[in-house]
Structure formats: C-alpha cells, structure tokens
Write a protein that binds this ligand. Structure first.
Ligand SMILES: Nc1ncnc2c1ncn2[C@@H]1O[C@H](COP(=O)(O)OP(=O)(O)OP(=O)(O)O)[C@@H](O)[C@H]1O
Ligand SMILES: [Mg+2]
Length: 278
C-alpha cells in the first residue's frame, strides 16, 4: 500500500525555498516540477533521501549518477509510476505547476497524460504504426478525423511522417529500434503532454541513432519539459541545460550543465564526472 505524508507549501524550509528560487532566477521561470524533501522507501530500503529539486519548463534536465542511486525511482515519482510497486512509501511532496500530485484527489490518467514516460527499450504495442500513435488520443475520446490529424502531427514531430505515411498499417514491431523509439515518443506526443520523462531512452540504440534521437530531443524542448535519465555523461553534457547528480539516493548537486561539468561544488560530483567511480 502507498502511504503519503505531504508537507504544505507553508512548511517548506526557508533554505530550500532560497535554493529553489535561485535556480528559478537563472531562467525567470516557475518550476514545472518540484520535489520537496522527498523520501521514498521500498519496504525498509530508503531509496530516495530528502530530494529537493526544481525542474525548469522547456528545458532538458539530465539525471546522472551510478547504477542504483535512484535515478529511475526519481523520474517514476513524477507520474506516480512507483504507486503500483508493493511496499513503496513516500514522504515529502511532488508538485506539478505548483500543485501536489500526491494530494488526495489526483486523477492518475490525467496526470499521466500530462507527464508521459519513454523507457529504455522501445516498447511499441504489437499494433500498426497508426494504432500505436492513435491509442492514447482515442482513449481520450478523439473522433476519427481528428485522430488522423493527431497521428500525422505526432509522427511529423518525431520525423517519421515522411518515412511511414504510406506504411501506417505496418506493425510497429517490424521497424528498426530507432524508429520504434520514435514511435514511442510519437505515441506520447499524441496525447499532448507537458512533460516527457525518459529513462535512458537511447541506451538500446547505436551511436548514429542515438545522435538523431538527441537532436530530436533538443528540438522538442522548445515545447516540452524534458527529464532524461542517462548513464552517458557525454550525452548529459551534449543535450541538457540542467544536470542533476545523484548518489546513494541523495541529490548531491543540481545546476546548469556547463557549470556542473566544469566547476562542480561537491568533490563527489567531480570524482564521478572524471570517471573515478560508477
Ligand atoms: N521495486 C523495487 N523493490 C525494491 N528495491 C528497489 C526496487 N526498485 C529499485 N530498487 C532499489 O532502489 C535503488 C534505486 O534503484 P533505481 O532503479 O532507481 O536506480 P537507478 O539509478 O535507476 O539505477 P540504474 O542506473 O541501474 O538504472 C536500488 O538500490 C534498487 O535496487
Ligand atoms: Mg534506472
């Protein structure tokens, strides 16, 4: 069973408010997502320890850190994907546009429409290209004509429309991995989300496909808030605006990517980035 204790905004410690504000000041934006003193336990295991983080809209935030430090757990918190795991318990709060997503009456389907997820292994449904992309909007009640338009737009956004417009009935599973991952991103975009969560979305792809997906993400950040987990520090350096370094469930450092990769304020970040562990 899930158990939440939420702290109201009024109880937010002053020091944290300051650090959140200073990050926000650099871009003059209200954070799109925020965690406040977030703790998560899998049974007795304390997997996230007091994570306070503000995520900027229309930017790419990369989460880096060694295996098992809690990167996937953290991104899954943003659309409550951990809810279904037995024995998970959370304290603290997570906010989307300033509103708690762990409050009482959250519509999970609506939350996951706004905050969508792309996984490590491309996982299209065993359906045609068209049906993969139409799946979400159809559930949300779009009519056939609007659906066609929505599918075309979502495939165009990921650069697939020209290649696949005459093969919309092809099984998505018959496509190469990069196109499958683009289908998964199109499937997400088709429900018009605000946040794209990506858990190592290129780790199953070759370097050329990876570079092309990275280019796609840089284009998408004009319209979406993107949070990407990556094992690949070069990838974080290449595409992200903000980098978050985690270690053993704690957020060690978060800041502008250029700064994190050149002027780390925590020696553990420097050691990780220079490849001394992880
Ligand atoms: N369902 C679960 N039940 C119990 N422990 C879990 C569960 N999922 C993750 N953990 C533990 O929580 C910690 C954080 O896991 P998580 O998957 O978030 O790490 P990660 O940083 O994404 O690692 P990786 O880089 O290997 O993907 C790990 O110690 C992991 O073993
Ligand atoms: Mg992971």
């Amino acid at each position: 069973m899930m158990y939440h204790e939420t702290t109201g905004a009024g109880e937010f410690p002053a020091a944290l408010t300051e650090s959140v504000n200073s990050l926000a000041d650099t871009t003059l934006n209200e954070p799109k997502l925020e965690t406040r003193d977030l703790h998560l336990w899998y049974g007795n295991f304390h997997a996230l320890i007091g994570v306070s983080l503000a995520i900027q809209p229309r930017a790419i935030t990369a989460i880096i850190g060694p295996s098992g430090c809690g990167k996937s757990t953290l991104v899954r918190v943003f659309n409550r994907m951990n809810d279904s795991i037995r024995g998970v318990r959370i304290s603290g709060d997570v906010l989307l546009d300033g509103h708690s997503i762990y409050g009482g009456r959250i519509d999970l389907r609506q939350l996951r429409k706004r905050v969508g997820m792309v996984f490590q292994r491309p996982n299209p449904f065993p359906l045609s290209v068209y049906e993969n992309v139409a799946y979400g909007p159809r559930i949300h009640g779009l009519s056939r004509g609007d659906l066609d338009e929505r599918v075309e737009k979502a495939l165009a956004q990921t650069g697939l429309w020209d290649a696949l417009k005459d093969r919309l009935e092809t099984s998505a599973l018959s496509l190469p991995p990069e196109q499958q991952q683009r289908i998964c991103i199109s499937r997400l975009l088709a429900v018009e989300p605000e946040v794209l969560l990506m858990d190592e979305p290129t780790s199953a792809l070759d370097p050329i496909a990876t570079a092309r997906i990275e280019e796609l993400l840089i284009g998408l950040k004009k319209s979406y808030t993107i949070v990407i987990v990556t094992h690949n520090m070069q990838q974080a350096a290449r595409i992200s605006d903000i980098t978050v370094f985690m270690l053993l469930g704690e957020l060690v450092e978060a800041g502008e990517t250029q700064t994190i990769f050149t002027l780390q304020s925590d020696p553990r970040t420097e050691q990780y980035i220079s490849g001394r562990f992880g």
